[in-house]
Design a binder for this molecule. Structure first.
Ligand code: SAM
Length: 467
């Protein structure tokens, strides 16, 4: 970096020694950023015009432990990472693919920008990370997402060039994480120490992922490439190599917000074309309040409409006994429209698929649309995901407490709650528990108390300091 940055190097190194910034991005599917700012228990500072829902946490509080986090009101995200989905710029109704999506920083952001319309396919090839992605998307309340655990090549074989926008948030050497991790731990999700060989191995992997991702972009669609590393081998060189072999793609000039630096064409490896590389965006920790990112927005030539005709999901109608338990639950608990013609039952789990649901063939699915719950013999057990996706007008009755009430701590710790409201049904009714009106999960009234159905794996455990 010293050789590359020259006079700038001293500032760069000084920035690495500073404390990392804590960023928080408000879930606009649940609350407007200004409303959250007004009620926030943490001191917040607006991140900037580049991320209208983004804030920096300006005090020592731990927003990851607050009930609002459990309610999915925000995602903790490093501020420069907030620029990525913003530059993907997805439009409501579009089909968007996030090919390396776990744990979900960009996918939650994309879902919010799409206003949870169209179709967002969020994929990660690592199974464990794909489950964490699903958990984060669930807390977010996203309904129009398909979460898969597949290799990019399997996605390309199944879907073909149908997506309006494809994001490759590539596995990288993670140099922008050094400040946060306090060491050179290396690529996210690839617990490997940083080394020059590691940088080159990442560059080879990125070239391979891009070559596959391209097969999923529709004519006229956009491909966005991002890394959280500074290494030119994984940034300018990866893009130059891609453009050289894919002449139907051109770099697009993204909006330049405060602190957005340009790509450095001369940093591309010898022999690679440098044309247009200045259109990439570099976010440096010494020029921008964040840890650092590289982003390239590319557009595919062409106007031909993608062929999406062969891809609707084949729905199997539910049996009348299955419909009966769902309907009984829905009648007692939910308001609004829950279209049964879009429901899919798989291994006893009932999903509400988005209107644009596509056939997924043999892909490994982690979630499809909104998981409503499980159909058990004679009754329906609602899913945590359903509680987190509910809007106030979709609930017949909820049990609300202020976020700082002891009942909320007790609920998040897995304890039953006493029934203090005599208007509540006494037996067998599912009720969302809400904090300041925002659902946290389910409880079931019975035996004079509210039985706790907050998922065991999410419960606040004092010794570990979770939540
Ligand atoms: N987009 C995520 C977010 O914002 O939360 C971060 C993604 S992380 C930078 C890169 C991801 O790429 C990891 O989750 C990892 O499992 C995945 N990955 C690793 N090797 C890959 C490969 N060869 N092809 C595609 N994805 C890969």
């Amino acid at each position: 970096m010293e050789r590359l940055l020259g006079a700038e190097y001293a500032d760069f190194v000084a920035s690495i020694d500073q404390s990392p910034l804590v960023g928080l991005r408000v879930n606009t599917l649940k609350i407007a950023p200004e409303d959250f700012n007004t009620m926030s228990p943490f001191a917040l500072k607006q991140a900037g015009a580049y991320a209208p829902a983004g804030f920096l946490v300006a005090d020592e509080s731990r927003p990851g432990s607050h009930p609002y986090h459990a309610a999915g009101l925000y995602y903790l995200q490093e501020p420069s990472a907030m620029a990525v989905a913003q530059l993907v710029d997805p439009q409501p109704g579009e089909w968007v693919l996030d090919i390396a999506a776990a744990p979900g920083g960009k996918s939650t952001h994309l879902a919010a920008l799409m206003q949870d319309t169209g179709l967002l396919v969020a994929n990660d090839m690592d199974g464990k990370r794909a489950s964490i992605l699903a958990e984060n998307m669930e807390r977010w309340g996203a309904r129009h997402a398909l979460i898969t655990n597949a290799h990019p090549e399997q996605l390309a074989a199944q879907f073909g060039p149908v997506f309006d926008r494809v994001l490759v948030d590539a596995p990288c050497s993670g140099e922008g994480m050094f400040r946060r991790l306090g060491s050179a731990k290396g690529a996210k999700g690839a617990n490997v120490e940083w080394s020059q060989e590691q940088v080159l191995a990442c560059a080879r992997r990125q070239t391979a992922v891009l070559a596959t991702a391209v097969q999923l972009v529709k004519p006229g669609g956009r491909l966005v490439y991002a890394t959280c590393t500074f290494a030119p081998e994984e940034n300018e060189s990866s893009i130059a190599r891609f453009l050289m072999t894919h002449p139907d793609f051109k770099l697009v000039e993204p909006p330049r917000f405060d602190g957005f630096d340009r790509g450095r064409p001369s940093w591309a490896a010898d022999g690679l074309p440098q044309d247009g590389l200045e259109k990439c965006a570099r976010l440096w920790p010494h020029r921008f309040p964040g840890e650092g990112h590289f982003i390239a927005v590319m557009q595919r030539a062409g106007t031909k409409k993608p062929d999406r005709s062969q891809r609707p999901v084949r729905f199997q109608p539910l049996k009348s006994s299955e419909l009966k338990v769902w309907r009984e639950f829905a009648r007692a608990t939910l308001r609004g429209d829950w279209p049964e013609e879009r429901m899919l039952l798989k291994n006893g789990r009932l999903y509400l698929l988005p209107p644009d649901a596509i056939e997924t063939g043999r892909l490994k699915l982690v979630r499809y649309g909104l998981l409503l719950g499980e159909i058990r013999p004679g009754y329906f057990k609602p899913a945590h995901a359903l509680a987190l996706a509910l809007k106030p007008e979709e609930v017949v009755k909820a049990v609300n407490f202020p976020a700082d009430a002891p009942e909320i701590t007790a609920y998040l710790s897995g304890h039953p709650l006493p029934i203090t409201d005599h208007r509540l049904p006494i037996t067998d009714n599912w009720l969302p528990i809400t904090a300041d009106g925002f659902p946290l999960g389910w409880a079931k009234a019975g035996g004079g108390q509210l039985k706790n159905h907050y998922p065991r794996g999410l419960r606040m455990v004092k010794a570990e300091g979770r939540l």
